[in-house]
Design a protein around this ligand. Structure first.
Ligand code: ATP
Ligand code: MG
Length: 175
């Protein structure tokens, strides 16, 4: 992908819809910093931090602001079981690179079980059905990453560490 063609180059707060800094999630320091200063994104931006620091809250808001479903999937997926997302997406502006793709995929460990059931009920029209439920977490993640992350697009990943022992902070993937 040409460097200037990656989908989103900056996050910023919507100046016309400012979020109250005393309320969650703006009360989380990383969220407040991005709201105050914005954040320039690169072709691959990795967020690393302690458990509960706000990584998933941020990634989820970016995915929602991009047009993805809070519970994961591609831009077309509308898989929803229970709404838990913060209001942050409503207050974020994504600065897109002109002419870049609008495709994207949100892969989140917390909802993968339900998302795989959704995929079983909504088989792919373009490829073979993959028995994700019959795979280990790591196998299913790698199968999804190889099979679905093709071509340009915005990939939002949370807590994906199939090659690493379970620990608070994932050293391999944005968590
Ligand atoms: N609906 C909510 N209302 C208030 N606080 C919440 C809500 N949901 C999550 N939080 C809090 O927001 C903080 C950030 O949560 P988040 O899931 O973004 O953390 P994280 O950095 O992804 O952590 P982990 O590494 O454990 O996945 C946590 O302290 C969490 O308890
Ligand atoms: Mg998380």
């Amino acid at each position: 992908m040409a460097l200037h063609k990656y989908p989103v180059r900056r996050l910023a707060e919507d100046p016309g819809n400012v979020l109250d800094r005393r309320r969650w999630p703006a009360s989380l320091p990383p969220v407040a910093q991005i709201l105050d200063q914005g954040l320039d994104l690169t072709p691959a931006t990795v967020l690393v931090g302690e458990n509960g620091s706000g990584k998933s809250t941020l990634v989820e808001a970016i995915a929602l602001a991009y047009g993805l479903s809070a519970e994961g999937g591609s831009t077309g997926a509308r898989h929803t079981t229970r709404s838990t997302e913060s209001l942050l997406a409503d207050h974020l502006q994504l600065v897109r690179n002109a002419g870049a793709t609008r495709r994207g995929y949100f892969l989140r460990a917390e909802t993968m079980h339900g998302f795989f059931t959704y995929l079983e009920k909504n088989p792919s029209l373009s490829g073979p059905d993959i028995p994700f439920h019959d795979m280990s977490h790591g196998e299913s993640f790698l199968e999804l990453a190889v099979g679905r992350f093709r071509g340009p697009g915005c990939g939002c990943w949370t807590n994906q560490n199939p090659r690493c022992p379970s620990r608070g902070v994932s050293p391999c993937w944005p968590s």
